[in-house]
Design a protein around this ligand. Structure first.
Ligand SMILES: [Zn+2]
Length: 500
């Protein structure tokens, strides 16, 4: 058995911190991981460096802020070092199994350093979309009647609920029936990826390895495995009902109050997705235990961003506001031979994850990594005083179109207690006290906490200055060239603007 520690990184799309048991969630989404948490470091405030997927992963894999190469650059640049390329260089076998998320495909440079890179994308990747069978676009009588009714809808008052039901029943019935939730699911479920990963692990013998799994089970549209619903204590949900709920949740013509009617049912579907991840991570770790490799492996479990369930009126995870439900994710780190210690409440930005993982495995991080290792502090259980910066481009829900990437930046600077949110166009500055207002329901008055505001603003300014001045023009150029080549190769622009 090799002395070098292997590294396993499991990232779960859309998994918010407060929906896992080891972060205090009351429903049984993660019993296996909760037990594992007893021998792991659990970070109370892991914060992503950007949201959604395409603004988060440059930090997770390449320890680089998502907009550091310019707003128009997406993904990892061709020669940019990543966790995978560093480990490859150190002699590791490296594989990635990702559940068909087009934003972390080879198109955006994520295959760098991997021997095996399976993204489960079969055709030309297209932007992700949510379920919507509600748009009657035809010219038939039903569509015309429906459009008139929709106009009337807002003035119908209590009758509008009746209209919702009738219309949706109608829409659902005109779409072809689905045999099962499995038939409706858009992404390979965690069992498929874990099976592939286990096969690969078997094939590499005793070599130290890096395994990255990206699981999409909690991602919308929410079609969980039926076994997971049962494990969560729910009755079976028919495919008809599940599609109805997903379509309802995706309606753009309803406000939060109306959407809230089905919020709990939608959350139950999402939670079952999380439970399936837990079941399959358990299976992966059993396999590693059985082959004697588990106790020589660093294991990290986290997410690329959270998910909104109307806390601030929104759904899914569009880049708009960097509220806690979107940027606060779980992070569990198990390093064999190290006793569990409490981790400080200070935010831990995922920009530091890659260098911390390398350090825990006894390897140095490459110079271009922007984050630094917190392994010494975590291992010893000492505090650190960190600030987490998150950024995204407002309204960029379809990054396949380069012109969509050039919207105004949104930036948040989060300390343990205070969080400053900055929007650049129109300029908005909001300061939250997360101690007295953890749900970020009311920003502090403009005159309140002036020294805090000044301090966080200064950090934001410094971040923007570094982002501009330390930009490596060669890395940027290489990333831009890759994009041009892809554009030239493409026969036609198939991308359509949809929520991601
Ligand atoms: Zn994502």
């Amino acid at each position: 058995m090799s002395a070098q520690k292997s590294i396993i990184l499991v990232t779960v799309d859309c998994l918010r911190a407060d929906h896992v048991g080891f972060m205090g969630y009351k429903r049984p989404t993660t019993p296996f991981l909760d037990a594992l948490a007893a021998e792991s470091f659990v970070f109370p405030a892991a914060i992503v460096a950007g949201a959604p997927t395409y603004y988060s992963f440059p930090a997770i894999l390449a320890s680089r802020y998502p907009l550091a190469l310019g707003r128009d650059v997406l993904g990892v640049a061709p020669a940019e070092p990543t966790l995978a390329s560093v480990l490859k260089h150190a002699g590791y076998a490296a594989a990635s199994f990702g559940a068909a998320n087009p934003y972390i495909s080879s198109r955006f440079g994520y295959e760098n350093g991997f021997d095996v890179f399976r993204d489960f994308l079969h055709a030309e990747p297209e932007p992700l979309s949510n379920d919507n069978v509600t748009v009657a676009t035809g010219d038939g009588w039903a569509s015309r009647l429906n459009r008139s009714l929709q106009k009337l809808n807002s003035s119908l008052g209590p009758l509008s609920l009746v209209y919702d039901e009738l219309y949706f029943q109608y829409c659902q019935r005109v779409t072809p029936p689905a045999a099962s939730l499995d038939a409706l699911r858009r992404f390979p479920s965690a069992d498929v990826l874990v099976s592939e990963a286990c096969k690969w692990l078997e094939s590499i013998g005793d070599a130290p390895f890096f395994l990255w799994l990206h699981l999409m089970d909690p991602h919308s549209p929410y079609y969980p495995k039926e076994e997971a619903l049962t494990l969560m204590g729910h009755d079976a949900v028919s495919p008809f009902r599940a599609r109805y709920l997903n379509s309802y949740w995706n309606r753009s013509d309803l406000g939060p109050r109306r959407l809230a009617r089905h919020r709990e049912e939608v959350i139950a579907l999402y939670d079952a997705g999380v439970r399936w991840v837990d079941v399959q991570v358990s299976r992966l770790i059993e396999t590693l235990r059985a082959s004697g490799r588990w106790d020589n492996s660093v294991f990290a479990f986290t997410a690329d961003h959270g998910e909104e369930f109307l806390e601030h009126g929104g759904r899914y995870h569009p880049p708009s506001q960097l509220m806690e439900e979107l940027i606060h994710v779980p992070l569990l780190l198990r390093v064999p031979g190290n006793e569990k210690k409490g981790v400080t409440q200070a935010p831990f930005s995922l920009i530091h994850l890659a260098p911390t993982l390398l350090d825990a495995a006894g390897l140095a991080a490459p110079a271009p990594f922007e984050g630094e290792s917190y392994w010494p502090q975590v291992r010893q259980g000492t505090g650190y005083n960190a600030v987490a910066i998150s950024e995204c481009v407002a309204g960029c829900t379809n990054p396949f179109r380069p012109q969509n990437r050039l919207g105004p930046r949104v930036l948040s600077v989060r300390e343990s207690r205070f969080k400053l949110m900055l929007q650049f166009d129109p300029p908005v500055e909001r300061l939250y006290d997360l101690e007295s207002d953890p749900g970020e329901q009311a920003p502090l008055a403009p005159g309140a906490q002036k020294p805090v505001r000044r301090r966080l603003l200064e950090i934001a300014r410094e971040h923007l200055r570094r982002s501009r001045e330390q930009r490596d023009p060669r890395t940027r150029l290489q990333a831009r060239l890759r994009e041009f080549q892809l554009e030239w190769k493409k026969p036609a622009d198939k991308a359509s603007p949809v929520a991601s």
